[in-house]
Design a protein around this ligand. Structure first.
Ligand code: IPM
Ligand code: MG
Length: 315
């Protein structure tokens, strides 16, 4: 195992959120486990110098186009959800978010200040092959689960969404006839995620919609601190908790480590093919939660280290 600096720490040390040394290390690795990124000190600096830029660059450099974000509601945490227990109970969905395309990276982009008033532009762009490869991930995951794939777009307004819907439909008919495919518009999907979260199995969507819907789904499960994610492409996988860097509790030793622990379980599964070991880590997390080992965000008093120790003991 090797570690490298990234984000705010890297900006402080080198001026660059993703130093070349860290990137080289990441590219050579079998898998990368990453901490949360972001710091209020950099909220007002130029976009190029922000920690988030390092995140967008590492995703692009590792070509991890498939972002897998499960939202699973643990029995022990059902009462922590902002939703009523009977609504959230049984929620087990995965959002498959396209991660290296769409409006995040599309050009032209920028703010043109040369005219009478500044004009900001971003471009949402998707090619057939980009849509196909992310949809394939969605179908494959659904095949191993309840066999329901919800494809989310805004086809009533956006041209990219019309292409998205066409490509996903074709792929489903051709390669995945055993998976039930449904299409939802992103606005009504956002409603359904809070009114009937148990409806969903696997949701596949483009980058920006996935960013928004995955935060919405995350919060249903009790605490965003619980949720892991995997970003996958052809080679090196990138694993990170869904939560942010929580600067308000930095250095206090009370951050919820479950999201990171569960990210390492995803790493065992997706990068190393160690399904049994991944399931063992997940079971140990369940056990620790059931025995009441909870950090402050879960209305408990355990420290980060105590959670780690409880999971190891359960393993
Ligand atoms: C996420 C985050 C990032 C994103 C930010 C920090 C750039 O919100 O991973 O969901 O928008 O992708
Ligand atoms: Mg986000």
């Amino acid at each position: 195992m090797q570690s490298g600096i990234f984000g705010a720490a890297a900006i402080r040390a080198t001026g660059d959120p993703l130093p070349a040394e860290t990137l080289t290390m990441a590219k050579a690795a079998g898998a990368v486990l990453m901490g949360a990124v972001g710091h209020p000190d950099f909220d007002t600096v130029a976009p190029e110098k922000r920690p988030e830029k390092g995140l967008l660059r590492v995703r692009k450099e590792l070509a991890v186009f498939a972002n897998i974000r499960p939202a699973y509601c643990y029995k022990a945490l059902e009462t922590m959800s902002p939703l009523r227990q009977e609504v959230v109970s049984g929620t087990d969905l995965i959002i498959v978010r396209e991660l290296t395309g769409g409006i995040y990276y599309g050009t032209p982009r920028g703010v043109d200040r040369s005219g009478p008033e500044p004009i900001g532009t971003n471009t949402m762009v998707y090619s057939r092959s980009e849509i196909e490869r992310i949809a394939r991930w969605g179908f494959k995951l659904a095949q191993g689960r309840r066999k329901l794939l919800t494809s989310v777009d805004k086809a009533n307004v956006l041209d990219t969404s019309q292409l998205w819907r066409e490509v996903v439909t074709e792929l489903g008919a051709k390669e995945f006839p055993d998976v039930k495919l449904e299409h939802q518009l992103v606005d009504s999907c956002a409603m359904l995620i809070i009114t009937k979260p148990t409806h969903f199995d696997v949701v596949v969507t483009e980058n920006l919609f996935g960013d928004i819907l995955s935060d919405e789904a995350a919060v249903l499960t009790g605490s965003i601190g619980m949720l892991p994610s995997a970003s996958l492409g052809e080679r090196t996988g990138l694993y990170e908790p869904v939560h942010g860097s929580a600067p308000d509790i930095a250095g206090k030793g009370i951050a919820n480590p479950y999201g990171t622990i569960l990210s390492s379980a995803m790493m065992l599964r997706h990068s190393f093919g160690l399904e049994k070991e991944a399931a063992a880590v997940e079971a140990a997390v369940s056990k620790a939660l059931n025995s009441g080992v909870r950090t402050r965000d879960l209305k408990g008093e355990a420290t980060t280290t105590q959670v780690g120790a409880a999971v190891v003991a359960a393993l």
